[in-house]
Design a protein around this ligand. Structure first.
Ligand code: SIN
Length: 486
């Protein structure tokens, strides 16, 4: 299979990258990867056996002493070259991504820039891993803190951002001096493998960055059972995060989890409605609603409810559903049939419980993984679409009457990743920002993500932060030195 329009064909790799070489499963086992827009097979990747995944972990272990001992400057320069290569190959990488993930090509191009930004950011942070000196407890003593790389890190990444979730983790890990074995989602392995190709061209030594593909359970078993792996970082569902956390207890591995969300978006009576609609469209329909920080519950105050519904319907008329390679399209195919079916069930459940369909929501004429965006009013908190992440272009409005009720509704969830609200009252802005139970709050803003910001959640949405100056801390251990008096 050829990727349409690919200039550098070496970027489309159908084997794993281990210890600086490209490797298939010894027994030849592989699995196929589909284009979610057409259902056509794009290619295959190896289904590695546990012993082969162990070899990747061992390679990362062998590479660790050399990489850890490199100066921060050398690590930063390699990450900087990798960043430049992503920019140079933006178009090819975006095409690979749209083919395997489905997202509109313009969004795929944007994701490559976003992915690259983590390599630059963490390359710069590598130079700022400072230690500490501490006033001594006894005369003549010297107390110090070193911050050292954790060791071999296993990174498990999702299909919704096939490049950026790799670099957000790997950039931080490599900058800190750790080595990496990455397992991309089985639906979207080719972006990760293309990144490995570019990492090699950037000068990453063999074994420092490895990419394995195969059965998720077998890979998780090796990662969590290995004494060599000192850190697991996972982005994905809360259910899988819970299992990984339990399994990582076997080796007491450090763990970072970026899990499910159920983001509320609150529009107060005093909001600038034009900005609120723009922010909502960006926060909800990016990646066709398939982001962990996508708006899942839309809360609108009584006084602006009807006006807001009207403006939102108008904005939603601008959504164009179709193949991600069509430049007119901004809502692409969902990742698979299960995603479509979940959305349909959420919509049917809400309608059966009294919600009203005010826009879209009919089956899409193309069928397959395509869905028509939908807007519902009269949505209530007990409905499935408010309880679970819909992860698609389905929006439902719940009315509220006052600030206290809005905060209670917003916090009425086991999740706490992102939340958003629109208000022009500066006192309310502080009150609500402090009261929301979420790791990230968009205030009069629907676009939160960037390399400088700490990305992560509270409650069932996870542990730890990625990006920002804090992201590198997840890959560092403190070592306290106590030097006695001579
Ligand atoms: C995610 O959906 O997990 C990541 C979204 C982002 O980084 O903006």
């Amino acid at each position: 299979m050829k990727v349409p329009g690919l200039r550098d064909e070496a970027l489309f790799r159908q084997s794993c990258y281990i210890d600086g070489g490209w490797q298939c499963a010894a027994d030849g086992t592989s699995f196929s990867v589909d284009n979610p827009a057409s259902g056509a097979v794009i290619g295959t990747v190896p289904q590695l056996a546990e012993a082969e995944i162990e070899q990747a972990v061992a390679a990362a272990g062998r590479a660790l002493p050399g990489w850890r001992q490199q100066t921060a400057d050398v690590r930063a320069e390699i990450l900087g070259r990798w960043y430049e290569l992503l920019l140079q190959q933006q178009e090819d990488l975006a095409r690979i991504m749209t083919l395997e993930q489905g997202k509109p090509l313009a969004e795929a191009r944007a994701e490559i820039l976003y992915a690259a930004s983590f390599l630059r950011w963490f390359g710069e942070e590598a130079r700022r891993v400072y230690g500490e000196t501490i006033p001594a407890a006894r005369p003549g003593q010297h107390l110090l803190v070193l911050r050292q790389p954790v060791g071999v890190c296993a990174l498990i990444t999702p299909w919704n951002f096939p490049a950026a979730m790799i670099t957000r983790k790997a950039g931080a890990a490599l900058a800190a001096g750790c080595t990496v074995v990455a397992k991309p989602a089985s639906a979207t392995p080719y972006s990760a493998l293309a990144l490995a190709e570019l990492g090699e061209r950037a000068g990453l030594p063999p074994g420092v960055f490895n990419v394995v593909t195969g059965a998720a359970d077998a890979i998780a078993n090796v990662f969590t059972g290995s004494p060599v792996v000192r850190k697991i970082s996972f982005t994905g569902s809360t259910a899988v995060g819970q299992q990984l956390m339990a399994r990582s207890a076997r080796q007491i591995q450090k763990i970072s989890l970026e899990l499910g969300g159920n983001a509320p978006f609150i529009v107060f009576d005093d909001a600038d409605l034009d900005r609120a609609v723009d922010g909502l469209m960006a926060a909800k329909f990016r990646n066709s609603g398939q982001t962990c920080i996508s708006v899942n519950r839309l809360l609108v105050q009584d006084g602006v409810h009807d006006e807001f519904v009207g403006r939102l319907q108008l904005a939603m008329q601008g959504l164009r559903v179709g193949d991600g390679f069509d430049p007119e399209v901004n809502q692409a195919a969902l990742i698979d049939r299960a995603a479509v079916s979940k959305l349909q069930q959420h919509q049917a459940d809400a309608l059966a419980q009294g919600a009203r369909l005010v826009f879209g929501g009919q089956p899409h004429p193309v069928g397959g993984n395509f869905v028509s965006p939908a807007l519902l009013t009269g949505v209530q908190p007990q409905m499935r679409m408010c309880q679970e992440e819909s992860f698609g272009p389905l929006l439902g409005i719940t009315r509220f009457s006052d600030e206290e009720q809005a905060i209670a509704l917003a916090n009425d969830s086991p999740y706490g990743l992102a939340s958003y609200f629109y208000s022009q009252d500066v006192h309310r802005v502080w009150r609500v920002a402090e009261a929301l139970e979420a790791g990230m709050v968009g205030i009069n803003e629907g676009v939160l993500s960037n390399a400088a910001a700490p990305f992560g959640g509270v409650k069932a949405s996870g542990l730890g932060r990625e990006g920002s100056r804090h992201g590198i801390e997840e890959y560092l251990e403190m070592k306290y030195l106590c030097m006695g008096a001579p």
